[in-house]
Design a binder for this molecule. Sequence first.
Ligand code: AMP
Length: 562
Amino acid sequence: MTENESDTVASFADLQLRQELLDALTGLGYEEPTPIQRAAIPPLLQGRDLVGQAATGTGKTAAFALPILQRITGHGAGVKPKALVLAPTRELAVQVSEAMHRYGHELGTRVLPIYGGQPIGRQLKALERGVDVVIATPGRALDHISRGTLSLGELTMVVLDEADEMLDMGFAEDIEAIFQNIPEERQTMLFSATMPPRISGMVDHYLTDPARIELGRAASAKDEPSKVRQSAYVVPRGHKPAALGRMLDAESPTAAIVFCRTREEVDQLTETLNGRGYRAEPLHGGMNQQQRDRVVERLRSATADLVVATDVAARGLDIEQLTHVVNYNVPSAPESYVHRIGRVGRAGREGTAITLAEPREHRMLKTIERVTGMKIAVRKLPTIADVKAQRLEQTRAALWESLQDSDGLDRFRAVVEPLADEFDVMEVALAAVKLVHEADGTITDEEEIPEVTSWPPADGRRGRKDGPGGREPRRGRAVGRGMTRLFVGVGRTAGVRPQDLVGAIAGESRLRGRDIGAIDIADRFSLVDVPEGAADDVIAALKGTTIKGRKATIRRERFQSR
Ligand code: AMP
């Protein structure tokens, strides 16, 4: 890293975070804040409301968790929670809880995740003992509120995390009910990967004069190398080391840099790669200049093939030999992506950039494409057979080259000639090629890596873990002139089809089928557009009936855009 670069980038300490939090971050191997953290932490520490357009992978969790932890007073002392995070899925609730717990450990913060499917007894005990931060899915939070076991009267901070997902899953009503129990005087934060009009409606409804942060506004790829071949592979987390090995075998880079998020990840991955027969060296901010110089020198002299590095350590690095940049995770911001791939393809040379993305990181990948204007092709991971075929092809090409210049070959005559008396020359050649392959050293992974089929979402399906991943309603689609959108509280999971809604509406009200406008069916609710003048009539008529055997809530949709 050059002095200038390190001076211009704000560190966690520059953000005025408490020492206990700084210690926790150092312990986790975080070297510097991600762009969203840099942008969000200062206004949040001042107590402002905030809207952040940010997907998973940007470091958004720490962006809200750190200020919350800093602003809570009397950690571990009170009974009622001071902060509430609402998250769409149990998976995310657990993830956020773990992060909060890790960051707040030294402060003695008591963190409690509450979600459906978990025994309620444990949650009740923890709530009785007292908690500082609750992370909940809306349904279960509401359960506790109505039982009187979760009191939100002392909340000072609320987060709506992945707000677009929560709306997609039909939680708008639950959220509204929860907010009725939260003091007006509070700090509210909303994070969402997308900002359709329905989300803007929520922002206007729940937030006051919020700071607004959109990732990647400033990024530009204009001056960046165009000769970089860019691709991405979608790989489940547990298979990433094998996938990386597979790619390295297929690509056989002359020299590559593999970017990781934290020091720990750098150390672990270096060890894994060395165990698999690659020559990898770690490079991170915990190393002194001399150690770093040595690593760079080993790469230059081809004593190492791979450097596994954090962004901080790699900043300002200029290694001519580099042919490949590998992002072991999707970078936390478009700027960071552009910066990383700038390590190859300098001075008009060709280079390759490869990104491994977990299925849930696909939105960040799309954001990077959109903001940078670069195309990142999502490819299928080479199969074991592909890698083997490619290695054979590389050997064939190398032999061909060697045969072009037969000068140095004569001294091997003593090996081949005696064998040729006994065996066919073809067989001798085959055995020689086999030896070359075996001596190559790298262990080709035989592990099957499952293909992520739900990506990209061909029919709008998301690879959601819990619950049936259904077609998402066309959020934000404007309501037609003279029409009103109605919310009907049954959806695909109840087996509802458009004709069921048309049947119920036309059967019960004065409307005819062709008067009904667009219909969107989500997993747990449906949206139906009807003529403004008939809306009340339709609501009244449907109140007494059932759809697919269920009594459903029906009302005007709360967040409609025109
Ligand atoms: P998130 O976008 O909140 O899901 O975070 C994505 C990942 O980045 C998580 O694994 C975090 O632990 C990690 N992370 C968050 N902030 C940083 C940081 N400043 N440096 C390194 N890793 C981070």
